[in-house]
Design a protein around this ligand. Structure first.
Ligand code: MV4
Length: 454
C-alpha cells in the first residue's frame, strides 16, 4: 500500500479523499491556491503546499506545480478527485512518467472515453445498445442532412470532444440541420480545438441513469448498481438517487451487465461510470462513460456499503477486488447538492459563512468543507455541501432529506437549500416521476408559465 498520497483537488472531494487515506493509514499532501490557505482540505492533510494564485488555470490546473509538489514531498500517488485534471489523459501520463501512481483509469481509457464519438463506437462494438445515429463524426452538412432524414426528426448534434451537455444542438426539422451543423462545429472548434460532430436520434423525455463500475488490473469488473440523475438544470445535477425508481431488479441486472461488458471490453481499471438514457418504453442506450469518481458517488456508497474512494486507492496500489457481481441495493439514498447560489436566479453567492449548522441524526451524511467563518471563494464551483439521506425505502429517505434540509442553517451566503425544500415536496418528485425535463417543468410552474405543449 502507498505511504503518502497527493490530493490534486480542493473542497469537499479533497476532504473525502483525505478521510479515505486516514482510514487506510496513508499520509496526505494537500495542494492549494492562495485562496484556499484556510481550507479544511489543507488543515486536515499531513502537509500542505501552495501551488499558485486563485485562478484554477494557475493552481489546480497547474500541472508542473502539482508534479513538483509530489516530488518535493515524496508522495507516491496522485488522486485527482473530480473536475480539474481528473479526466486529463496527458496529466495521467505525466504522473506515470514521474514514477507516481495515478489513482484512476489508464490514460488510454481516459482518452478513449473523452472522445464521445469513439466511446459510442466502442460501446456499440462491445454489444452495448447505442442510440441510432452516426458511427463516425459527420464530414459535411449534406451528410448531416441525409442522416437526419434517415433517422427522422428530432435529432441531436453532439461535439465529439464535448460531453456533459457542452456543444449540443437539437434539430427539429430538415430546414435547420445544415446551419446547426455548421454553428455546432465552429463552436466545438473554438471551445475544444476539435470541431468533430456526431449525430443521434433525439430522445424527447428520457431518464438519466448511470451505473457505477469498479475494475481491478486483473480484469475483474463489478457494478454497484445505478444512480438516477434526471434532476438537472443546464446539465448541472441537483439531486441524485440510488436505486432509480424506474428500474426493476431484472432491468438493473440487464443494464448492469452491459456496463460491465463495456468495461471488460476496453480493459478498464479503477472506478468509472457508464451513463445511459432510459426511454419511457424501458429501452436503454449508452450515452457516455465518465472516467473519474463522481460528485454523486455517496448515494452508491450508502446503498452498497462500499467505500468507493478506498476501493480506488486499493485498486491503484495493485490489490485485487474482493467484491462479487451480485449487487442488490440496500434501502434508498438521495443526495441534494447545496450550492452557494441565489435559489431563484442561480447566481453565485460567494462570501463569508457566518452561521453553519449542518444536519445529522439517523440516515444523514453531509459531505462538506465548509465551517463557520469560512469564506466561499468566487473562483471555483459553488458546491458547499452535499446532503445524503439514506432510508429503508424511498419514502424514508425523502422524509429524512426533508428534515435535514429544514434543520440545515447557513447564514452569510445564499444557498440552494430553499429550492431543494420545494423539490422534495413536489408531487411528481415524491411519486418518482422523473425525467431530464423535470426541472424545466418545475421551474416553469414556479413562474406560473403555461406548460409547454411539446
Ligand atoms: C441526449 C438526449 C436525448 N437524446 N442524447 C445531455 C448531457 C449529455 N451527456 C447528453 N445529453 C443528452 N443527450 C439523445 N440522443 C438528452 C440529453 C439531455 C440530458 C441528458 C441527461 C440529463 C439531462 C439532460 C438534459 C437535457 C438533455
Amino acid at each position: 500500500m502507498f505511504e503518502k498520497i497527493l490530493i490534486a483537488n480542493r473542497g469537499e472531494i479533497a476532504l473525502r479523499i483525505n478521510q479515505a487515506c486516514r482510514e487506510l493509514g496513508i499520509a496526505t499532501v494537500a495542494v492549494h491556491s492562495t485562496a484556499d490557505t484556510e481550507s479544511l482540505h489543507v488543515t486536515y492533510a499531513d502537509e500542505g503546499i501552495c501551488i499558485g494564485p486563485p485562478p484554477s488555470s494557475e493552481s489546480y490546473l497547474n500541472i508542473t506545480a502539482i508534479l513538483a509538489a509530489a516530488e518535493i514531498t515524496g508522495a507516491e500517488a496522485v488522486h485527482p478527485g473530480y473536475g480539474f485534471l481528473a479526466e486529463n489523459a496527458s496529466f495521467a501520463e505525466m504522473v506515470h512518467e514521474c514514477h507516481l501512481a495515478w489513482i484512476g483509469p489508464r490514460p488510454e481509457s481516459i482518452r478513449l472515453m473523452g472522445d464521445k464519438s469513439k466511446a459510442r463506437q466502442t460501446a456499440a462494438a462491445a454489444g452495448v445498445p447505442v442510440i441510432p445515429g452516426s458511427s463516425e463524426p459527420l464530414q459535411t452538412p449534406e451528410e448531416a442532412r441525409r442522416l437526419a432524414a434517415e433517422l427522422g426528426f428530432p435529432v441531436i448534434l453532439k461535439a465529439s470532444a464535448g460531453g456533459g451537455g457542452r456543444g449540443m444542438r437539437i434539430a427539429r426539422r430538415e430546414g435547420e440541420i445544415e446551419s446547426l451543423f455548421e454553428t455546432a462545429s465552429e463552436e466545438a472548434e473554438r471551445a475544444f480545438g476539435d470541431g468533430a460532430i456526431y449525430m443521434e436520434k433525439y430522445l424527447v423525455e428520457p431518464r438519466h441513469i448511470e451505473f457505477q463500475i469498479l475494475a481491478d488490473r486483473f480484469g475483474r469488473v463489478v457494478h454497484l448498481g445505478e444512480r438516477e440523475c434526471s434532476i438537472q438544470r443546464r446539465h448541472q445535477k441537483l439531486i441524485e438517487e440510488a436505486p432509480s425508481p424506474a428500474l426493476t431488479p431484472a432491468l438493473r441486472r440487464e443494464i448492469g451487465a452491459t456496463a460491465v461488458q463495456l468495461a471488460e471490453n476496453v480493459g478498464y481499471e479503477n472506478a468509472g461510470t457508464v451513463e445511459f438514457l432510459l426511454d419511457q418504453d424501458g429501452s436503454f442506450y449508452f450515452m457516455e462513460m465518465n472516467t473519474r469518481i463522481q460528485v454523486e458517488h455517496p448515494v452508491t456508497e450508502l446503498v452498497s456499503g462500499v467505500d468507493l474512494v478506498k476501493q480506488q486507492i486499493r485498486i491503484a496500489a495493485g490489490e485485487r477486488l474482493e467484491l462479487e457481481n451480485d449487487f442488490v441495493p440496500r434501502g434508498h439514498a438521495i443526495e441534494c447538492r447545496i450550492n452557494a447560489e441565489h435559489p431563484e436566479s442561480f447566481r453565485p453567492s460567494p462570501g463569508r459563512v457566518t452561521t453553519f449548522h449542518p444536519p445529522g441524526g439517523p440516515g444523514i451524511r453531509v459531505d462538506t468543507h465548509v465551517y463557520e467563518r469560512y469564506v466561499v471563494p468566487p473562483h471555483y464551483d459553488s458546491l458547499v455541501a452535499k446532503i445524503i439521506a439514506h432510508g429503508e425505502d424511498r419514502d424514508e429517505a425523502i422524509a429524512r432529506m426533508q428534515r435535514a434540509l429544514d434543520f440545515f442553517v447557513v447564514e452569510g451566503v445564499e444557498t440552494t437549500i430553499p429550492l431543494h425544500q420545494r423539490i422534495v415536496r413536489d408531487t411528481d418528485f415524491r411519486a418518482g416521476r422523473l425525467s431530464t425535463r423535470f426541472m424545466e417543468r418545475f421551474l416553469a410552474e414556479d413562474r406560473g408559465d403555461e406548460p409547454a405543449d411539446s
